[in-house]
Design a protein around this ligand. Structure first.
Ligand code: IMP
Length: 425
């Protein structure tokens, strides 16, 4: 039995797409279990760049089954565009499977997300994620299955929802509402296109794991964006942490045996919310430029800062991390010194655990350990022992502070720019 959950250990954008793609060469199945098209996973293969939003990063391997499980909120139009985009580039998408239980992101969700974000200032991706999950929890949402049984089955419920959403859009925001018939026609057509990909994905995954196949769950976003455990309300509306993989795919926790956290060698965050190690100076600017830190989904510049071991220790705890992958180590190549946040200073006291209270977090100042940089191009190094001694010391300090051993070190976007300390599968 071999099931691995891969999660972001920071605020998303940790380079999970590359690590998933790298590990997917050995996986029989890659599963998305939460989030939606707010995610943006970049994978670079043979000098070609692929941006994936809904489809699991395993899709670039022809024999890997790729599952969009019940926990993902699916924008069917975007999914069709992504499938067609891959097909146009010669990628076979026939191994894609989608759960009919997945909630559907409907254009009114995107509109409401856009309008509400103007007020809340969370800085969402405007992909309708929060409103779609809210409808799911409120039991007024629609699943893919609902659009597969024909118009008569859904029309009354759908009409009620469109009228309700139109009232919000028109009366609260003074904007144009949606035409019910046009909307439903579009969704029924999209569901018809996607029908051939649908499957009982919980059953499929259960059987695959029982048969000894290697199944990898690919988290989107990151631990600090988790709706329950992140920096609420500056979070996404799902559970990116490892526990989310069970709920979001219909697999019991006893079937999962490894949890891999992916963390950048520094920190970034998009959107608003507390970020203790943020650098609003030329060092932050250098990290942004060297790391090309601009959002895959929205193109927004990412906020940048030093690596935060308090955050990583917290991520290790709430995910139950067994292994860690460190990405973008090469981005730090030019620095004369590198810093690791080892604790927070709050009202004169040192805190070693991530605070539960955002107001406390906002007032925390990072306490840094300063280490010498390596000032050497490491992007061609493929063996751990060949890394400069200062780079190894930096990694080993992170390992010591988090208590999680490092399986993979990424020194560039390409598959071959990956140092393997030990095999996971
Ligand atoms: P939402 O998920 O679009 O509702 O956005 C909520 C928060 O999560 C915002 O701060 C977004 O910038 C952030 N977010 C959502 N998806 C990602 C991601 O894939 N990477 C990084 N941040 C994300």
């Amino acid at each position: 039995m071999s099931a691995l959950v891969l999660v972001g250990a920071q605020w998303g954008d940790e380079g999970k797409g590359k690590i998933t793609d790298f590990l997917a060469r050995k996986a029989d199945c890659v599963v998305r279990y939460q989030g939606g098209s707010n995610a943006g996973h970049t994978v670079e293969v043979m000098n070609e760049k692929f941006m994936l939003h809904l489809i699991p990063s395993g899709i670039l391997y022809p024999d890997t089954l790729c599952v969009i499980a019940n926990g993902v909120v699916v924008d069917m139009q975007k999914l069709i565009e992504e499938i067609e985009g891959l097909q146009q580039r010669g990628i076979d998408t026939s191994q894609l499977r989608i759960s009919q239980r997945a909630p559907v992101v409907i254009p009114y969700h995107k509109k409401i997300d856009e309008l509400e974000d103007l007020k809340s200032g969370i800085g969402t991706t405007k992909r309708g994620i929060g409103p779609a999950y809210a409808d799911k929890i409120n039991r007024i949402g629609f699943r893919i299955a609902d659009f597969m049984n024909g118009r008569d089955f859904i029309i009354d419920r759908f009409k009620t929802q469109v009228e309700y959403k139109n009232r919000i859009i028109r009366e609260l925001y003074g904007e144009e509402g949606f035409d019910c018939r046009e909307l439903l026609d579009g969704l029924l057509q999209q569901a018809d296109i996607l029908k051939k990909y649908t499957a009982d994905t919980s059953l499929l995954l259960y059987r695959s794991i029982q048969e000894g196949k290697k199944v990898m769950f690919e988290g989107a976003q990151g631990a600090l964006l988790d709706i329950d455990h992140g920096t609420y309300p500056y979070v996404t509306s799902s559970n990116p942490i490892a526990g989310g993989a069970c709920v979001g795919s219909g697999i019991g926790p006893t079937l999962i045996n490894r949890v891999l956290g992916v963390a950048k060698a520094y920190s970034t965050r998009v959107g608003e919310g507390p970020f203790p190690t943020e650098l609003q100076d030329s060092t932050g600017e250098t990290l942004r430029e060297r790391g090309a830190e601009f959002g895959t989904t929205t193109g927004r510049p990412r906020r940048c800062g030093w690596v935060d071991a308090v955050v990583l220790r917290y991520a290790a705890r709430i995910n139950g991390l067994t292994d860690l992958a460190i990405t973008k180590l090469d981005v730090l190549d030019s620095f004369a010194a590198v810093k690791i946040c080892v604790a927070y200073r709050y009202q004169g006291k040192l805190l070693y655990e991530f605070p539960e209270n955002n107001q406390v977090l906002e007032q925390c100042e990072p306490e840094y350990l300063i280490m010498p940089g390596w000032q050497k191009d490491i992007s061609d190094i493929s063996e751990y022992e060949e890394l400069p001694v200062n780079a190894r010391a930096y990694l080993e300090k992170i390992e010591e502070l988090t208590g999680v051993k490092q399986t993979l070190i990424s020194v560039g976007p390409k598959r071959k720019q990956t140092i393997v300390n030990y095999e996971l599968f």
